[in-house]
Ligand binder design. Structure first.
Ligand SMILES: [Zn+2]
Length: 385
C-alpha cells in the first residue's frame, strides 16, 4: 500500500449543520458523497485516500481571524436555544448547537489547508465551502466562512493563495474579505448577479489597493452551461495562475451550477466538473507542489451533489472515476433512498435534457475584453484540441 494521495475530512457530526427540514441546504447530500467515495475507494483504489473521521470545532481565536467578536457572541447566544432566530436578513436560521456545528466545518477547512501544505497532496472537505458568510453576519445559508478562515490562515503564514470558486453564486464573503489583498488571487465563475443572490461579482470588480487586478469575476447568464464555462476557464485560469504563482490553491466546488439544480439556473454537466478538477490538480502539481484544498459548497439536488463530489474525490486521489453508465453500489442506493426519501440514481451520471443556451462567441469576446481592460492582461483564444 503506497502513501495516500488525498486526505478527506468527513466527520458524521458535519451533518449537525442542519438548518431545518424545510430548508434547501443540507449536509445529507455531502454525507452521501463521502459515503460513495469511501465505498469506491475501498473497492477500487484501496489506500489512495487518508480519511479523517474526527474533526473538532474551531477555537474562538481561529474564528476571530475572520469574524467579528460581537457576531460570534450573537451566534453563541442563538446556539443555546431550540427556537430558531434569523442570523441574517432572511435565509440563515440559527439552531441549537449551531455555533459548534458551524465551527466544526471551519475546523475541517483549517485542518485541510494545513494537511495540504505539509503533505503536498490535495485535501478534500466536502462539508465546507460556506463562502457567503461575512465577518459581521451570516449570509446565504452560511453561518461561518470556513474557506475565508482557511485562506486567511495561509496568507498570515506568508503564502500566496489562488482561490477559485465554481459555485453558481458569487463567493462574496471570500472576495470582499480579501479585496485589498494582492496575496489572494480570486477567480469566481457564477450565474450573473443581476439574476441571482447575492447580486455581486460583476466583471468590473477587480480588487482595490494592493489587491487591484487580483479579483476576477466571470458572470454567466442563466441557461449557460459547459459551452460557456469551459472555453473561458481554459482561456483564463492557466495563464492567471501561472503569472500569479500560488503557493497553495483553494477550490470552492459548489455543485449548484449543475443542470437541474433547485436554486440556480446554470447547466453544467458532470463532465465539466471533471475537466475542471483534472485541470486544477495538474496546475496545483505544476505551480504549488500539489498543495490544494477542495471544499464543497452549494448544491440543491442531492442526486447531482452526491455523485459529482464523490467523483471529484476519486479524481483528486489520482484515480480514474467510473464511466457515466457504471452502476452505483446497491448498498449506497438504499442509503440514498433512506436519507433523501426519493428514488436513488442507478448509474454515475444521467442523460440530461439541456435547454438551448443563450451564450454566443460574441459574449465570450465581450467578457474577455472587459476582463483584459480591468486586469491589464491579455487572454488569447485557446485552440481547442
Ligand atoms: Zn451557491
Amino acid at each position: 500500500m503506497g502513501a495516500p494521495s488525498l486526505t478527506v475530512y468527513w466527520d458524521e457530526r458535519f451533518r449537525e449543520y442542519d438548518l431545518g427540514p424545510e430548508h434547501p441546504f443540507s449536509e445529507r447530500s455531502r454525507a452521501l458523497a463521502a459515503r460513495l467515495l469511501a465505498l469506491q475507494d475501498g473497492s477500487e483504489s484501496s489506500g489512495a485516500i487518508e480519511w479523517v473521521r474526527t474533526v473538532g470545532a474551531a477555537s474562538r481565536a481561529e474564528l476571530e481571524t475572520f469574524h467579528r467578536p460581537e457576531y460570534l457572541d450573537f451566534v453563541e447566544r442563538a446556539s443555546a436555544f431550540d427556537e430558531p432566530i434569523l442570523l441574517d436578513m432572511g435565509d440563515t436560521p440559527s439552531f441549537r448547537g449551531c455555533f459548534e456545528a458551524a465551527g466544526r466545518i471551519v475546523e475541517g477547512a483549517i485542518r485541510g489547508i494545513d494537511r495540504a501544505w505539509e503533505s503536498s497532496h490535495p485535501a478534500f472537505h466536502p462539508a465546507g465551502g460556506l463562502h457567503h458568510a461575512r465577518p459581521e453576519r451570516a449570509s446565504g445559508f452560511c453561518i461561518f466562512n470556513d474557506v475565508a478562515v482557511a485562506v486567511g490562515r495561509a496568507v498570515r503564514a506568508g503564502r500566496r493563495v489562488a482561490y477559485l470558486d465554481i459555485d453558481a453564486h458569487h463567493g462574496d464573503g471570500v472576495m470582499y474579505g480579501f479585496y485589498d489583498s494582492g496575496r489572494v488571487l480570486d477567480i469566481d465563475f457564477h450565474q450573473d448577479g443581476r439574476t441571482i443572490f447575492p447580486g455581486t461579482g460583476a466583471a468590473s470588480e477587480t480588487g482595490r489597493g494592493d489587491g487591484a487586478g487580483s479579483k476576477v469575476n466571470v458572470p454567466l447568464p442563466p441557461a449557460s452551461g459547459d459551452e460557456a464555462l469551459l472555453p473561458i476557464f481554459r482561456r483564463l485560469v492557466p495563464p492567471l495562475l501561472r503569472s500569479f504563482r500560488p503557493d497553495v490553491i483553494v477550490l470552492q466546488h459548489g455543485v449548484d451550477g449543475h443542470i437541474g439544480d433547485g436554486l440556480a439556473r446554470l447547466q453544467y454537466t458532470p463532465g465539466a466538473y471533471a475537466e475542471i478538477d483534472r485541470a486544477l490538480l495538474a496546475l496545483a502539481r505544476e505551480l504549488a507542489d500539489g498543495r490544494m484544498l477542495v471544499t464543497g459548497g452549494g448544491g440543491y439536488r442531492a442526486r447531482a451533489v452526491s455523485r459529482v463530489l464523490a467523483r471529484t474525490g476519486l479524481l483528486l486521489a489520482g484515480g480514474d472515476p467510473p464511466p457515466d453508465d457504471a452502476a452505483l453500489p446497491e448498498g449506497w442506493r438504499t442509503e440514498y433512498r433512506e436519507t433523501i426519501g426519493e428514488r436513488a440514481p442507478s448509474t454515475w451520471a444521467d442523460t440530461e435534457v439541456v435547454e438551448p443556451s443563450r451564450w454566443h462567441a460574441e459574449d465570450e469576446e465581450r467578457l474577455i475584453a472587459e476582463l483584459e481592460r480591468g486586469l491589464g492582461m491579455r487572454f488569447p483564444a485557446v485552440r481547442s484540441s
